[in-house]
Design a protein around this ligand. Structure first.
Ligand code: CA
Length: 511
């Protein structure tokens, strides 16, 4: 008899508790709203004075607002991979951003949150930007989602001028909006995306009101290029960037109103967070850099526009501005309202938390980097001090424990160069982002969240302890991490490689 594959066996194991769990308690619905590149200072409940987000602010008032929540990566694809697996991006095989030209994705043997929840009887949908692989084997419906409506990759993966070297990795395809595996519009009118995602979300909630559901809503906005619908364009005090966030706020309100109308709002968990920190505004740069950035912009009139509040730097770095993001959770049935929570938490914590809440078991052989934070959410107990590791791709750049953040010294770049197409055409990015760092640097985040005052000399014992722990973890991790999965038959990346258009996309191109 042929034995089931390990992955199938795992899913069967997760599924066998389905009926008993249903008897024990009504499993909560889960709605996970993930903004793209929304920064720590981009919501009014996190201090924005130019962007009004009354519905998200109310969400925070009715639940928990985290002040020290980490996204697991300063970039899109790895952060999403970490959310959906509970594992560090390099552990689950997605250390870098994926581009349409790449034949890679979140490895199929990873057990996604959607697969684990589906095994517990949840209806599952992904609405928005996927960005975890474009080949059919890596699409949402092959990773546990019953339905998919959205973009397969980033919304800037188009509009590249002919002759631009980046075109080799970004692909020539018109940006497609997909419903399942079918392309419904290409290039998609991006000004309609937030509205259409919201309508689809409401439709899904109505359809599945009588059973547990998992609605994963990774919005396309406010990632550059930004588009707001006519109802929101030109309305905020924060320019176009503010307009798109105010539309996200409205969208969140529509979803919450739907839950209330259907009497689902007590036992539905709603999380609002962001996949990484904001890319900084051109106007925040010095005049020379600003002029250069504007001249090089592929999207004239679109500014990155984000704010990370008083945090240092932004997207693409492991300083706080790149990885610390807003996070709000509301679940009236179990979580008391109006809490501000300074205990650090991570994007990777949701996998074990949700799977256990749904009645599933964490497989003992699965190495998770997240922790079940239900006791923290309910206030039953404080979690003990944890160590948070900030990787850029495969490189450990910083660790945090309690209030201390150590930037670890780095003497060498990763070798061999990871097989990400990102670096094939942008070697300067490889060196800039896999940085070298001369000496250990210590910040007290409770007093200095902006990482301005190095306290390494004052606290050598803390530096020594954190550095030893960081090195021990990373030595083991470098052995355990999963290399990027390049599909069989893929030619090695080279500057001449252009992805052939998919059949269904070539049809759209001719229109
Ligand atoms: Ca992002």
């Amino acid at each position: 008899m042929k034995l089931p594959s390990p992955r199938l066996a795992l899913l069967l194991l997760l599924g066998c508790l389905l009926f008993s769990s249903r008897l024990l308690a009504a499993a909560p619905n889960i709605i996970f709203i993930l903004a793209d590149d929304l920064g720590y200072g981009d919501l009014s409940c996190y201090g924005s004075t130019t962007i009004a987000t009354p519905r998200i602010d109310r969400l925070a008032k009715e639940g928990i607002r985290f002040t020290d929540y980490y996204s697991a990566s300063p970039f899109c694809s790895p952060s999403r991979a970490a959310l959906l697996t509970g594992r560090l991006p390099a552990r689950c095989g997605v250390p870098y951003v994926l581009f349409p030209a790449e034949h890679t994705g979140l490895p199929t043997e990873e057990v996604t949150m959607a697969e684990a929840l589906k095994a517990q009887g949840y209806a599952t949908i992904c609405i928005g930007k996927w960005h975890l692989g474009w080949d059919k084997v890596h699409r949402p419906q092959q990773q546990g989602f019953d339905e998919f409506f959205g973009l397969p990759y980033s919304n800037d993966s188009n509009e590249w001028p002919v002759g631009d070297p980046y075109i080799q990795v970004m692909g020539l395809e018109p940006l497609p909006l997909m419903d399942g595996n079918k392309i419904v519009e290409a290039p998609v009118d991006q000004s309609t995306l937030t509205r259409r995602y919201t309508e689809r979300a409401v439709q899904f909630i109505r359809q599945h009101r009588d059973r547990p559901f998992f609605l994963y809503l990774p919005h396309t906005m406010p990632h550059i290029p930004q588009y707001a619908s006519a109802e929101f364009a030109g309305k905020s005090k924060g320019g176009l960037y503010g307009d798109v966030i105010e539309e996200l706020d409205h969208s969140t309100g529509v979803i919450l109103d739907t839950l209330k109308e259907l009497k689902l709002d007590q036992n539905t968990i709603v999380v609002f967070t962001s996949d990484n920190g904001a890319a900084l505004k051109f106007s925040n740069s010095n005049p020379k850099a600003k002029a250069k950035a504007k001249a090089n912009s592929r999207f004239p009139g679109h500014d990155f526009g984000g704010s990370n509040g008083n945090l240092r730097a932004g997207k693409g770095t492991t300083f706080e501005g790149g990885v610390r993001v807003p996070c709000i959770i509301r679940w009236p049935a179990k979580i008391s309202a109006g809490r501000e929570e300074a205990t650090p938490a991570s994007m990777m914590d949701w996998w074990p938390t949700f799977v256990k809440l749904a009645g599933g078991q964490i497989p003992s052989k699965l190495t998770l980097d997240g922790t079940d934070i239900l006791p923290l959410l309910t206030g039953a107990e404080k979690t003990s001090a944890r160590t948070f590791r900030h990787y850029f791709g495969v490189q450990l750049q910083a660790v945090r424990e309690d209030r201390w953040k150590l930037i670890v010294p780095i003497a060498d770049y990763p070798s061999p160069v990871p097989p990400s197409l990102w670096f094939v055409h942008q070697p300067m990015l490889f060196e800039r982002q896999h940085r070298l760092w001369p000496k250990p640097t210590l910040y007290d985040l409770s007093a200095d969240p902006g990482e301005t005052k190095d306290l390494a000399t004052e606290h050598p014992e803390i530096v020594k302890r954190l550095l030893e722990k960081a090195r021990a973890f990373d030595t083991q991790f470098q052995r355990e991490q999963k290399r990027m999965e390049i599909l069989p038959g893929t030619p090695p990346p080279n500057p001449g490689q252009i992805r052939q258009p998919d059949e269904d996309l070539s049809k759209w191109r001719q229109r």
